[in-house]
Design a protein around this ligand. Structure first.
Ligand code: 6PG
Length: 245
């Protein structure tokens, strides 16, 4: 079960409970858009999203897989078979187990030149999604949050990504130097639904800083996510939410 502390924060006593809720939330959205043949989702990397994909793979009957178009909110600049590839993570935890039509899966080509691929993928997204005020609009964007306050691959210090007018940009992990490609805030904040998926005690301090907008929040990319044109939902476990009281 979950408790609601604020209208858009739900706290679960287990990650499987969180995964089950998210799965139902996604299918509710598919059902609510019965007139719209396809629901576009930007997937996230990370351990919490992976747990959710594994839950979905174990409960495939809960989702109308043919109604989904799947994209990625970010990717590491590695090939699709690399152990750090977000595409590979989703392929192994979910796509191998469920019936998403291959032509409804749009991976970011991490093996390509980052700047060129950011531009190519922005063009794919622009072509496949309806626009809202000139910006492609996802039905749902899944996000994780790092314990440094990053989300997608927008890291603290990447100020240009907070204000970029592009849809996707190359990025660099601040400690590993790993090249990434990431959706920008401009694209993320246009989505109909943005769902943060954050679990574990290691995230508790940062989550409180982001959600309560404590001093210095402006430096934290996750704190800049706001569903200007839709809904923002935080799905948390009790450990991650332990400092929100
Ligand atoms: C990635 C994700 C990244 C991730 C967070 C949280 O490519 O890794 O886009 O933003 O969601 O780092 O990851 P965890 O859930 O594993 O802590």
């Amino acid at each position: 079960m979950y408790t609601m502390t604020q209208q858009n924060i739900r706290i679960f006593n287990s990650v499987s409970g969180l995964a089950g809720f998210f799965t139902g939330f996604l299918q509710q959205h598919i059902d609510a858009n019965a007139g719209q043949p396809i629901v576009s989702v930007a997937l996230s990397g990370g351990s919490t999203p992976r747990t959710i994909f594994e839950y979905m793979a174990a409960n495939p009957e809960r989702i109308s897989w043919d109604k989904l178009r799947l994209f990625w909110g970010d990717e590491r600049c590695v090939g699709p078979g690399h152990s750090e590839s977000n595409y590979r993570m989703v392929q192994e935890s979910l796509l191998k187990h469920v019936a998403v039509p291959d032509n409804n899966v749009f991976r970011i080509k991490g093996e390509a030149d980052p700047a060129g691929e950011a531009a190519r993928y922005a063009s794919v997204v622009s072509h496949m999604l309806p626009d809202h005020g000139g910006i492609p609009r996802f039905d749902l964007v899944m996000l994780g949050m790092g314990d440094d306050g990053h989300t997608a691959s927008i890291f603290p210090g990447n100020r240009q990504l907070l204000h970029s007018n592009n849809l996707f940009e190359p990025a660099t992990h601040p400690t590993t130097g790993q090249k990434r490609i990431t959706a920008t805030l401009r694209l993320i904040n246009t989505a109909r639904n943005i769902v943060f998926l954050v679990t574990g005690a290691a995230k508790a301090d940062m989550l409180a800083r982001v959600i309560k907008k404590k001093e210095g929040w402006e430096l934290l990319p996750a704190a800049h996510v706001q569903a200007a044109q839709g809904k923002l939902l935080w799905l948390l476990d009790e450990d991650a939410a332990s400092l929100l009281g």
